[in-house]
Design a protein around this ligand. Structure first.
Ligand code: NDP
Length: 329
């Protein structure tokens, strides 16, 4: 078989370099399923990995890309055979194991999820890790007893990948959604996704008192730091706040007051090690509950060679919605 293209990260005097290289199948790590990759996507974590701004990659050379969708070419595992369409997100792929920014990948069968029936491959990457995480947050809100009748939901980092999909899913399910953004120019985009109120990021990042006026039945927080602290202080009695990101920082300058006086629940959400069964449920729900027309607005498509530029942009908060990487462009 011929050569194929991959984005390869290396280290040069402590700095991460990224270049599209030609590799052979024999260069791939030794795992039990060989997949021809159709699409990958760009998440915040990919941005940190490709630019080297975050300590995501510890072993070089590395092919990054934490998401991918493709077709099985060879499988030594009974669960998959040639021709099967599969999706992969997380499990440390694109961090500790070679990932989706390549036309071929060798993967563990345990990491794969069959393409949900009726879902176009490209749609899975329009959604990607970010969208899957958004759905896991919505599931956590529901498990905490939050319904559209409970009251408004606030979403931070709303114009980003997780935030955009969360706004679209929640609005589609009938929730009233307030979107926090630092980019006022995204207002019409966020309203088109279903946000009914736009909140200024800088104001929401102002340090809050231990308890503020109750405003939110639930929250999807991608920011952390003072924004998460304010959301907790503003959460309703019995409110559920899901925390999945650190776009502002990993800090949480809060108090116990919302928990002990308002019965507020702070629910962490992780997509990387999320069990396969829960992923399947989330993907199935994304198929039916993420409005089809929303994704056209949310996602743009780029080529593999564009990834380093976009990695820089996403880490500077300049990417709107989701970015799909077309491995054959
Ligand atoms: P994006 O870069 O697409 O979105 C992040 C958004 O956060 C930006 O678009 C911006 O939105 C907002 N933002 C940027 N800088 C700041 C800041 N200083 N303070 C507050 N908000 C800021 O990233 P993703 O959507 O891919 O990821 C969002 C977060 O969720 C990241 O921290 C990521 O690591 C995390 N994540 C966690 C996962 C998990 O499994 N727990 C899985 C996926 C992502 P706006 O312009 O609207 O303000």
């Amino acid at each position: 078989m011929g050569m194929f293209k991959a984005l390869v990260l290396n280290q040069d005097e402590g700095k991460t370099t990224a270049a599209v290289e030609e590799l052979a199948l024999t260069d791939l790590p030794d795992e039990n399923v060989l997949v021809k990759v159709d699409y990958s996507s760009l998440n915040y974590k990919d941005g940190l990995a490709v630019t080297g701004k975050g300590k995501i990659i510890r072993k070089f050379p590395m092919v990054p890309g934490i998401d991918m969708v493709g077709t099985v070419e060879e499988s030594a595992d009974d669960r998959y055979s040639a021709g099967d369409k599969v999706v992969l997100t997380g499990w440390g792929v694109g961090e500790n194991f070679w990932g989706g920014y390549a036309q071929y990948a060798r993967l563990k069968a345990d990491w794969l999820v069959p393409l949900p029936e009726g879902m176009e491959p490209i749609r899975t990457m329009q959604i990607g890790t970010a969208g899957l995480t958004a759905m896991l947050c919505v599931m956590a809100l529901e498990e905490g007893g939050v319904t559209p009748e409970s009251g408004p939901i606030v979403v931070s980092g709303a114009a980003g990948g997780v935030g955009s999909v969360a706004v679209a899913i929640l609005a589609g399910l009938g929730y009233k959604v307030s979107a926090i953004t630092g980019r006022p120019e995204t207002e019409s985009y966020l309203r088109a996704l279903g946000a009914s109120e736009i909140l200024n990021r800088a104001e929401m990042a102002e340090p809050a008192r231990p308890l503020e006026k109750q405003k939110w039945a639930g929250a999807v927080d991608t920011a952390g730091d003072t924004i998460l602290a304010r959301i907790l202080a503003e959460a309703d009695y019995n409110g559920v706040v899901t925390a999945c990101g650190l776009a502002a920082s990993f800090k949480l300058p809060s108090t116990v007051m919302p928990f002990i006086l308002r019965n507020v629940r702070l629910q962490g959400v992780d997509s990387v090690m999320c069990p396969t069964e829960r992923r399947r449920v989330a993907w199935q729900r994304l198929l039916t509950q993420l409005p089809e027309n929303a994704l056209g607005d949310i996602a743009q498509i780029i080529a593999l060679s564009d990834v380093p530029d976009y990695a820089e942009k996403i880490t500077n908060g300049q990417v709107k919605g989701r970015v799909v990487v077309d491995l054959n462009a």
